[in-house]
Design a protein around this ligand. Structure first.
Ligand code: ADP
Ligand code: MG
Length: 678
């Protein structure tokens, strides 16, 4: 039950009727382009770009920044002489989807003139002049081309998202712009904090694209919802049954939740049968295959209604036409990092007011809309933060520090950050890289560190891959690495077959732990000839496996560069486990009388109930990641022996601290101080 509270003011009265899906389809693609809010400003914008090296561009979501501006630049000749235009996106799905759209608008094949480049997937060619890429990929471009010499324009898009990679790009690009006066830098943002960007780029001018927005009525629940997933499903059906036509957009936090919600919705629609009109249920999240992604943009058939269940990718990165209703439970999944304990975890947290307002705004793009918030007006006022804390202040920095060191940037304390990371986080990153052998005691990149930076994965994963050379098991380690990067979407567990699915999963269990289970799944799948039928029979997600295979192939292609030969452990899994430990010795826990404690910082942690080791409770283990839900859960757990820690990380562990599991003694500080590391 909702109470109506406030109205988000629109910029215009809602006199323009929503163009129907059909009518829109009939319009030529060029007419659609001309109808976008940015279009009337084309010349003015191009003039501003010609006159200024750095331009901040602000405009509502859906005004055409991402899809149009790079095309304008292309039409204007910025890609002459083989020069390229880069447009960065914080999210891989957005990079793919937007590139596909632009290729269609330009009438070219995706991967020819227009392409995208995301980690482990490069859809570009020699001919590609418009490159949509994740911010992380542009960051990696600096490794091969530190002055970005082949680019005439770099557009840092979705700047307001303030992802770690975008923030680092700001600093690097500002520097490059100083010695490449002909390089054009565009910083595009959906929201109003553009003044910050302007100040950062030496008072660069801000170009505002006036938005088109219709009023959005906002409704709150009277009381907090205990189960927001259930509340979402009920509300969607309520909207469907009681509200006039118009599509629905629901914001959830991640794949698992979205799949569950979609399943529940489909289930209930099936049961209601012909009592209700048709409801098309469409998910959108990062790992969704691209053919499924494309479906969210297809016009809704007459008489039916579409409900898109999305992560916050639909907040500003993607615009779906025809949304009139937004359902916002008020949560998002966020990384948080505790530099004191070095523990990073993913947590479902309340979103910020800025996010909530962006979400509501999605309902007012084509006509007056409604936003239903599954929380109280009081909670909005008192419990939500104003804005989201930039990622750089709540994540570990190992990756980025390694990259910056590889670029020859040694004085990280004085790097030009838009918002600096906490000092402790930077220090800990240096210490961890030192412990991993990537930096020497002077804080300089070692040979091994240089190799680690070559691999497009986290330092711990890189280290694990490098260590596979010593333990002669790179074949197996590549598989483990690939399976870890597809992340929690291997097993399929349909509601009506949970028992079968769980049995199938248990059948893959091997002594030693979850990494070996992943290895086992992949090996059996490979033996089946990479068969989809095999996946189906074993409740394994075929598309996740296909992706793992891609990732594995790419990593294999990089082995030579980092001087690791292909070798197999021939079933001697101890070697595989040791190689994993060589990378993940930071993520260790031991069983104490009061449950698991992390070895160094003595934090309480729990084995995730899905783990193959959940019942065995081994004495020593390492984990791949921590996920905070009701507790700090360790996900992907491997049993280890404490003696291995001394073998793989002698300068990090001392024999003494690995002796008595109940020792209260604080760990001795290792690594070097800031001064020593530089
Ligand atoms: P902005 O970057 O300013 O948020 P975009 O350039 O992403 O705006 O979007 C401009 C328009 O293009 C929007 O109306 C959106 O609906 C449309 N659009 C973007 N991607 C697609 C797609 N894959 N299919 C259909 N329309 C799309
Ligand atoms: Mg955009």
């Amino acid at each position: 039950e909702f109470v109506r509270a406030t109205q988000l003011q629109g910029d215009e009265p809602s006199s323009v009727p929503p163009s129907s899906a059909q009518a829109q389809q009939k319009e030529s693609i060029q007419a659609v382009r001309r109808s976008l809010p940015v279009f009337p400003f084309r010349e003015e914008l191009l003039a501003a770009i010609a006159n200024h090296q750095v331009l901040i561009i602000e405009g509502e979501t859906g005004s055409g920044k991402t899809t149009q501006i790079p095309q304008y630049l292309f039409e204007e000749g910025y890609t002459k002489k083989g020069m390229k235009i880069a447009c960065t996106q914080p999210r891989r799905v957005a990079a793919m989807s937007v590139a596909a759209r632009v290729a269609r608008e330009m009438g070219v094949k995706l991967g020819n003139e227009v392409g995208y480049s995301i980690r482990f997937e490069d859809c570009t060619s020699e001919r590609t002049v418009l490159r949509y890429m994740t911010d992380g990929m542009l960051l990696r471009e600096f490794l091969s081309e530190p002055d970005l010499a082949s680019y005439s324009v770099v557009m840092v898009d979705e700047a307001h998202e303030r992802t770690l990679h975008t923030d680092i790009l700001f600093g690097l690009i500002k520097d490059v712009a100083r010695f490449r006066p002909e390089l054009k830098v565009l910083v595009a943002s959906a929201t109003l904090d553009t003044a910050r960007f302007s100040t950062f780029f030496d008072d660069a001018p801000v170009f505002r694209i006036p938005g088109r927005r219709f009023p959005v009525d906002i409704f709150y629940t009277k009381a907090p919802e205990a189960d927001y997933l259930e509340a979402c499903v009920v509300s969607v059906l309520q909207i469907h049954v009681t509200q006039p036509p118009g599509d629905i957009l629901v914001f959830l936090t991640g794949q698992e939740e979205i799949e569950a919600a979609c399943e529940m919705l489909q289930d209930r629609c099936r049961r209601l049968g012909s009592k209700i009109r048709e409801l098309l249920v469409l998910p959108i999240y990062a790992n969704l295959p691209s053919d499924m992604q494309a479906r969210i943009f297809q016009p809704t058939p007459p008489g039916a209604r579409k409900v898109v269940v999305a992560t916050n990718i639909a907040e500003t990165s993607l615009t779906i036409e025809g949304i009139i209703y937004v359902l916002d439970p008020g949560f998002c999944k966020q990384k948080s990092y505790n530099p004191r304990t070095g523990m990073e975890s993913l947590t479902v947290t309340p979103c910020s007011k800025a996010s909530a307002n962006q979400r509501a705004g999605r309902a007012g793009r084509v006509a007056a809309g409604k936003c239903f918030r599954l929380y109280t007006a009081w909670a909005y006022q008192h419990e939500l933060e104003e804005t989201t804390v930039p990622e750089i202040q709540r994540t570990s920095l190992g990756n980025v520090v390694l990259l910056l060191k590889s670029l020859g940037i040694h004085d990280l304390m004085h790097f030009d950050f838009l918002d600096p990371p906490p000092y402790e986080t930077l220090l800990l990153a240096l210490e961890q890289l030192y412990a991993l052998g990537a930096l020497n005691h002077l804080g300089e990149l070692t040979t091994s560190g240089r190799k680690m930076a070559e691999l497009p994965v986290d330092p711990m994963l890189s280290k694990m891959i490098l260590a596979s050379e010593k333990y002669s098991c790179s074949e197996e380690i590549l598989t483990v690495a690939a399976m870890l990067s597809v992340n929690n979407s291997i097993f399929y567990r349909p509601k009506d077959k949970v028992v079968h699915a769980d049995n199938a999963r248990v059948n893959f269990f091997l002594p030693g732990g979850d990494h070996l289970v992943l290895l086992n799944v992949y090996t059996q799948w490979a033996e089946s000839g990479y068969s989809s039928q095999w996946c189906y029979e074993n409740f394994v997600q075929f598309r996740s496996m296909r992706r793992a295979r891609d990732v594995r192939e790419q990593l294999e292609g990089l082995l030579e560069r980092v001087e690791v030969g292909l070798s197999s452990c021939q079933g001697d899994y101890i070697r595989v486990r040791k190689a994993i430990t060589a990378g993940y010795f930071y993520h260790t826990a031991r069983l104490t009388r009061s449950g698991y404690r992390t070895v160094k910082q003595q934090q309480t942690v729990f084995i995730h109930p899905n783990s193959s080791l959940f019942e065995q409770q081994p004495r020593w283990l390492l984990y791949h990641e921590l996920v905070l839900t009701t507790k700090e859960f360790m996900r992907q757990v491997l049993e280890i022996e404490s003696s291995w820690l001394l073998e793989v990380a002698p300068h990090y562990y001392k024999a003494k601290e690995l002796e008595d599991p109940h020792a209260k003694k604080m760990p001795k500080k290792v690594g070097k101080t800031r001064e020593e590391l530089g």
